[in-house]
Structure formats: C-alpha cells, structure tokens
Design a binder for this molecule. Structure first.
Ligand code: ADP
Length: 447
C-alpha cells in the first residue's frame, strides 16, 4: 500500500500550521480516554493519528492524517464546553482539516444542560453546517441504537448502570428526546430500516429532512455495516457528531474519495524497552478484576492508602523506593483501586473530591518518579488518573499505536528522542478483560 502523497517515504514529515498541512479529519473529544478510543479506531483503519492534550498553541507542529484534540468538557458548564470546543475547532481549521468530528461517549453521557447539544449547535454554526447526525453507537462494545433508543448490551440505556452515574445519570434511552432537550434546532431520526437501504437512500432522506427544517438527526446503528453506510452517506458533511464507532468507517470512505491513502503502518511506534509499570487509579469493576488477577498471579503489587496520604505520609517516595527494590525485569503494579465498599468508606471519611485528588496527585508523582528512574513503559488505568499522569509527565501529544483491546491503544509521547521513546497505555476504567495488564505488557511495542 502506498503512502499519502504528502508523505514521501523515509522523510521525516513535519508541517507547521499555516503551511499546506493535509490533515483529513479533525476530532474534538469531550474527554481524555474517549479521545484515545476514537484515535485507536482511526489508526486501525489506516489513518496516522496524533492525539493532542488540550488545544495546542498556535505554531505547534502536526504530522498526521487525523488529529484528535482531547478536551475535558463533558461535565463542565455548557458555556465553557462551547468556548473550548470552538477554540479546538479554530486550531483544526487553521491546520487544514477537511472534516470535523465531535466525539462523545457511547452512552451519550451528558447533563441536563448538555453538553452534547450546545457544543453540536455551536460547531454547526461556526462551520456553516446545515445538517449533521448524532450517533453514539459502538456495536463492538454493545452500544446500539434502534428507533432512536440507545441500548447497552440487552438493556435500554435508562435500565443500565448509567442511570446511577454520579455526574451524568442517563435516565432516558430515547436519544431524540434527550438531544432535543439540549438543542434549539429540531431533532429528527435516521431509522435503521432506511440505513439498511444504503448510503444513497440516507443522503436522500437527509435532503428531505433539511427541506423540513430538520438539521440534526439521531442515526440508528445496530452493527458495523450501519456505521459504514452512515460514514459513506455523511462524508461530505462538514461536521459529524458520534461516539468512536462511526470512525471505523471513515478512512475507507476518505480513501475512495482520494482524500487519504490508508497507511498499513499507521500503528507503527518506535520500539519500546524495559519492564514497564502499571498504575491503577480506577475503582471500576473491570479494574478491580484486573488488579486481582495480577496479584493472584503472584506478581509484585503495592497498594496506595488514601488515609496515609491524608495524614501527609511520604507515600509516593515509599512507593518509588519499593519499585526500585523489585527485580528490573519484573513489571510492578501500584494501585489505589478498591472495591466499592472500601471506596465509599474512604470517601465518607475524607470526602470524595479530596480523596480523589490525593490519589491522583500521588499516582502522578509516582509516574514522574518512575520515568526519572528510567522506566519507559507505563500502563495507566482510569480516565481522570490518565489525565493527571499525562499532565505530570508534561506530555502534550501522543502518537497512537495498535490496540491492546477495543478502545485502548499503546501510544508514544511525541517530542522525545527516537532512541529513548516513552510509551503509555491509558485505559478508561471499564475497558479491558481481567488479563488486560499482562496483555498490555506483552504487546509492548505497539505492534
Ligand atoms: P474511571 O476511568 O474508572 O472513572 P478515574 O481515574 O477517572 O477512573 O476516576 C477514579 C477516581 O477515583 C480518581 O479520582 C481516583 O483518584 C479516585 N480513587 C482511586 N482510588 C481511590 C481510593 N482508594 N479512594 C478514594 N478515591 C480513589
């Protein structure tokens, strides 16, 4: 397979903003691990993808077919989410983006005030877009949309665990109604039976909706074929809004239009070295199971006690000493992960916010210390935890490698010497099977 025309073989390709940058897709993601998730999907289909953390400064260099800007706008006030998303849009426009993609969670996580609706409407206005879709479906992870209703596995969204989410409880599975409550525009529906008729039928229906004054529609999707049809039908829209699932169909459509030459090596990262370490700050069921599996296998693991942190004990320094005392070829796990009952007890004692901040800060310090000790491979479990670690390591750009499991790729921090790369795997709490940690280390080179 050939390289994109702007990617002369063997040459180091660096383009400065404002030069003739040929980025095909610009993604604005409303949270950190969600950004990694969509980036992983694009890489899988042959797009060279870089994730940037926050809106980059003007003049920052970019070298990719797709750039994913990771924001933290899911639960902030709607006006802040709109402002930051528009700033991200301006950067992507300056970088020559052909199509824009607003990425949110596959469970449509939003508050009563938004932010999916207000951000979508602001982006549409700024882009002059007269139609877009909303499609959080991710069938591979059990998120499907049927007649406008979102299912999580076999349950309606409103019957799933999402109804109890502490920040974005989702108590209505009817996405047309949910989105309409957040929007001034009228919201319509692109139904599954229409999508089954193919891209031309969807385009026709979009034209009819537009004629009726409907400029935003929830799109049904029950499998990957539906997402591919939608990607094809919507490739010429200036804006798409979706979970990560829709991204799987886009590279092939771009290639058909001659906007992209898929790169078989899109996931290639520089070779990683060393044993690596695992830092777990998620208390999700999945991460609890992963920590347990690691311990059951007799591998080195050290628990972080939030109460010791609250007492001001040197927990991070002790953990770093412990890590250094382990055999150098053995990866270590340092975790704050706790079962729900223990977590609740600590939160009741210290306050949920304070306990969370203490733990995040400690794991971030440990990450910095481990890298200072020479470690070059880190697996981090937890969305907020990943954000804290990446910030502590002053990483601003990540090149996206191969997936360890759906939604979690190895990544490589940009801006470091090629012979001394730093690799990070950043896992959203609930992702991955029980053996995720061992699998991640096994696939150390991102290949
Ligand atoms: P997830 O992706 O599972 O939501 P996050 O890292 O986003 O994981 O969030 C987990 C939060 O819980 C973080 O703020 C983390 O610091 C906090 N936390 C982790 N372990 C504990 C613990 N034992 N006690 C209190 N808070 C904790």
């Amino acid at each position: 397979m050939g390289k994109p025309e702007h990617a002369a073989a063997g040459e180091t390709r660096r383009m400065t903003l404002g030069e003739n940058c040929r980025m095909t897709l610009g993604v604005i993601a409303d949270d950190f691990t969600g950004a990694t998730d969509v980036a992983s999907m694009l890489v899988r289909a042959g797009m060279r993808t870089v994730q940037v953390i926050g809106v980059p400064d003007d003049g920052v260099q970019v070298d990719a077919d797709a750039v994913v800007i990771a924001l933290k706008t899911r639960t902030v006030p709607a006006a802040d989410a709109v402002r930051e998303s528009l700033a991200a849009l301006r950067w992507l426009q300056a970088a020559g983006m052909r199509q824009c993609y607003f990425k949110y969670c596959s469970t449509f996580d939003s508050t009563a005030a938004g932010n999916i609706g207000p951000v979508t409407e602001a982006l549409m206005q700024a882009l002059g877009a007269d139609f877009t879709i909303a499609c959080p479906a991710f069938p591979e992870n059990g998120r499907t949309i049927f007649r406008g209703h979102l299912f999580v596995g076999d349950e309606l969204l409103s019957d799933s665990g999402m109804r109890h989410h502490p920040l974005t409880p989702m108590t209505d599975a009817n996405l047309v109604r949910v989105l309409q409550a957040q929007c001034e525009r009228r919201v319509g529906l692109l139904r599954y039976d229409l999508i089954a008729q193919g891209a031309a039928a969807v385009r026709e229906r979009i034209a009819a909706l537009r004629a009726d004054g409907i400029t935003l529609a929830v799109a049904d999707a029950v499998d990957n074929d539906d997402l591919r049809v939608l990607a094809d039908a919507c490739a010429d829209l200036p804006l798409l809004t979706a979970g990560s699932g829709l991204a799987l169909g886009l590279p092939a459509v771009y290639a058909e239009r001659g906007w992209l030459v898929p790169d078989a090596d899109a996931a290639a990262l520089d070779a990683a070295a060393g044993a690596g370490a695992l830092l777990a700050g998620s208390c999700s069921l999945a991460t609890n199971a992963q920590v347990q599996r690691w311990q059951q296998a007799g591998r080195p693991a050290l628990a972080i006690d939030p109460r010791a942190l609250a007492r001001g004990e040197p927990v991070a320094a002790d953990a770093l000493r412990w890590a250094q005392s382990q055999p150098p070829d053995q990866a270590v796990l340092i975790y704050a992960t706790a079962p729900a009952a223990d977590l609740q007890a600590v939160q009741a004692e210290l306050g949920a916010q304070r306990a969370g901040a203490l733990v995040e800060d400690c794991l971030a310090q440990i990450a910095r210390g481990l890298v200072a000790q020479g470690l070059r491979r880190l697996v981090v479990a937890g969305g907020e935890t990943s954000g804290a670690v990446v910030q502590a390591l002053a990483v601003r750009q990540l090149r996206i490698g191969a997936a360890i499991c759906p939604g979690v790729p190895w990544t490589q921090a940009e801006g470091r010497p090629a012979d001394d790369p730093l690799h990070l795997a950043l896992k959203s709490g609930n992702f991955g099977g029980p053996d995720f940690f061992a699998e991640a280390l096994h696939r150390a080179n991102g290949t």
